[in-house]
Design a protein around this ligand. Structure first.
Ligand SMILES: Nc1ncnc2c1ncn2[C@@H]1O[C@H](COP(=O)(O)OP(=O)(O)OP(=O)(O)O)[C@@H](O)[C@H]1O
Length: 241
């Protein structure tokens, strides 16, 4: 479903690539957790997949389509929850939700059908007509999550989505991620929380120093197999040596 092959990327002015021949595959109808130390390249990888950054080499495709093949269809195939939500400060939550639905050309009936249950589940009714600049981080996160689902994206990408969410909202998000997978869609999210990956993921990918160093199945691990924590620590250990 998602294929990232031998991608190389460096930010302007950098001598060495930050992303180094990174390859990753996520199958349709699965949840994949991106793990890795601070600065490993998780957010950069996500932004490359989204087309917010441009790789200098390599190939990225979603459902067999690259950004160059059909930029609009490619972008409509992805829903994104960023780890920073500062750009819509002057809109109210309701205006932001409508703006995102307009951008994805989602009908009024469809946006109501998506947003109404989410507004109730995430308990944000009282925030709808207030400016986003007055929201806490967690409330911004809730609006970002709602907006990312309005076009029912086949690939849902979330960058550290649990950060700042209260316990009820985390529980709603986890359920929504599972439901997305049950519909045959795909979820990719970055996290520093191994327990969340153990609860949710079918696979994990460990990013270290701009490379995907290891991928592993999370469920049905054979008896005697290493725990995810042991596995993770072994993959990244030379950083701490
Ligand atoms: N705009 C930028 N310009 C230059 N370097 C950057 C920029 N953004 C990130 N970097 C560098 O790229 C590397 C990868 O950063 P990235 O944010 O992708 O890591 P991450 O794995 O998401 O980290 P964290 O877990 O701390 O969020 C880091 O060394 C970071 O300092």
């Amino acid at each position: 479903m998602l294929k990232v092959k031998d991608v190389v990327f460096r930010y302007d002015g950098q001598a060495e690539p930050i992303i180094n021949n990174l390859s990753l595959e996520v199958t349709a109808g699965s949840i994949c957790g991106l793990l890795g130390p601070n600065g490993a390249g998780k957010t950069t990888t996500i932004q490359l997949i989204l087309g917010l950054l441009k790789a200098e080499r390599g190939m990225i495709s979603i459902q067999g389509r690259t950004l160059a093949d059909d930029p609009v269809a490619y972008k409509k195939g992805v829903g994104y929850v960023s780890d920073s939500h500062s750009i819509y400060d002057n809109l109210t939550g309701q205006e932001f939700l409508n703006f995102m639905a307009d951008m994805y050309e989602v009908s009024t009936a469809r946006r109501v059908a998506v947003y109404e249950p989410l507004i109730k589940e995430l308990q944000v009714q009282t925030y709808l007509n207030r400016p986003i600049k007055s929201y806490s981080h967690g409330t911004r996160q809730k609006f970002s999550i709602m907006a990312s689902l309005v076009h029912d994206p086949p690939l849902w990408i979330l960058d550290e989505p649990m950060t700042g969410l209260d316990i009820e909202a985390s529980s709603v998000l986890k359920r929504r991620m599972r439901e997305h997978r049950e519909k045959g869609c795909t979820v990719l999210f970055s996290s520093h929380l191994l327990e969340i990956c153990e609860q949710l993921c079918d696979t994990i990918a460990i990013i270290h120093q701009g490379e995907c160093r290891h991928t592993a199945a999370v469920k049905n691990r054979a008896e005697g197999e290493k725990s995810l924590e042991q596995l993770y620590l072994e993959v990244v250990k030379h950083e701490h040596a």
